[in-house]
Write a protein that binds this ligand. Structure first.
Ligand SMILES: Cc1ncc(COP(=O)(O)O)c(C=O)c1O
Length: 300
């Protein structure tokens, strides 16, 4: 699965630190922390029908990630919201849009790792693109040799821009002709795929790895909420790759692709031995939540 260039995005306006720039002029300084060390935090957001889905939850995660990295002068949620609304309005975007929201530690006075060199405050970037959910109806996975960071190394609860761990897994998947790399944790249990969380369903029970080495995704959280609300048995626990091979259904979750069925892992096809699809049921409830706008924020 390779995303394609969309000429509709030729003339988008991108927000950087209070100003809107044409696509080709939207640049950050070579002294910016994101260039120097991937020292930034980010969120992917979706706009549906004049509303930003789960905006409050994404902003909470952004704030927490920035606080955990000891950023100084983090802009308030109200400030970020206004900047997002202004950017969407300038682009006349109300639907079918993905926003990449990034907050870097900001510019440094000279090259160097030390955050004390960051004396200008953080850089806020809002990149909106015309982009409906990007995943095909089914994807394939291979198990990657690259392990997902545990809290012993770099805590995956911080949604940071230092994405090499996941990019290496994606490179392996590309070489193997699969859509994504399934990453294990330091003990060999499944953690997540390189850019999405993973679930499996067996005998009517939905399971997902503990969020110890994976990003606690907003979509993952919603699926757990849906299962609890709709009386679908669901557990977070350690899961081996074998449990994914023999599952009735496997699916991934993420803002970029919503809920996506996995058809094959490491050459093993995922065979549903049941007569019904729990994934379809969950998807129905997920779409209802997207449509209902209860979890969304209207573009002001
Ligand atoms: C590594 C990783 N896992 C999972 C996800 C899915 O998270 P969410 O559902 O919040 O989009 C993302 C999204 O950015 C991610 O980068």
């Amino acid at each position: 699965m390779l995303q394609q260039y969309n000429p509709k995005n030729d003339h988008i306006k991108v927000y950087i630190d209070g100003k809107l720039y044409a696509r080709e002029d939207a640049k950050v300084s070579v002294f910016d922390s994101v260039v120097q060390g991937g020292d930034a935090v980010w969120e992917g957001l979706r706009v549906y029908n004049g509303h930003i889905f789960c905006l409050e939850r994404h902003l909470e995660r952004l704030q927490n990630s920035a606080h955990a990295l000891a950023f100084k002068d983090i802009p308030s949620n109200d400030f970020i919201k206004k900047a997002i609304f202004d950017t969407l309005k300038a682009n006349e975007m109300t639907d079918g849009v993905h926003i990449r929201l990034t907050l870097t530690r900001g510019k440094k006075i000279t090259s160097g790792m030390d955050p004390r060199l960051n004396q200008f405050g953080p850089t806020l970037i809002i990149l909106p693109e015309w982009k409906p959910p990007v995943y095909p109806p089914q994807i394939t996975l291979i198990t990657s040799s690259v392990r997902r960071n545990s809290p012993m190394f770099l805590d995956s609860k911080i949604h940071h821009n230092n994405l090499l761990n996941n990019i290496l897994a994606k490179i392996e998947a590309n070489h193997a002709g699969a859509d994504a790399g399934l990453m294990l944790d330091k003990d060999g249990y499944v953690s997540e795929a390189n850019g999405v969380n993973v679930f499996c369903v067996r005998n009517g029970v939905v399971m997902t790895p503990y969020a110890s080495s994976c990003l606690p995704g907003i979509t993952r959280g919603l699926v757990l909420e849906i299962c609890h609300a709709e009386g679908i048995p669901v557990f977070e626990r350690n899961l081996s790759v074998t449990e994914f091979y023999i599952a009735d259904e496997v699916f991934t979750t993420g803002t970029m692709g919503e809920l996506t069925r996995v058809s094959e892992i490491d050459g093993r096809s995922i065979r549903n031995q049941q007569e019904t699809s729990i994934l379809k049921k969950i998807e129905g409830h997920f779409n209802q939540r997207v449509q209902s706008t209860l979890l969304s924020t209207p573009i002001e």
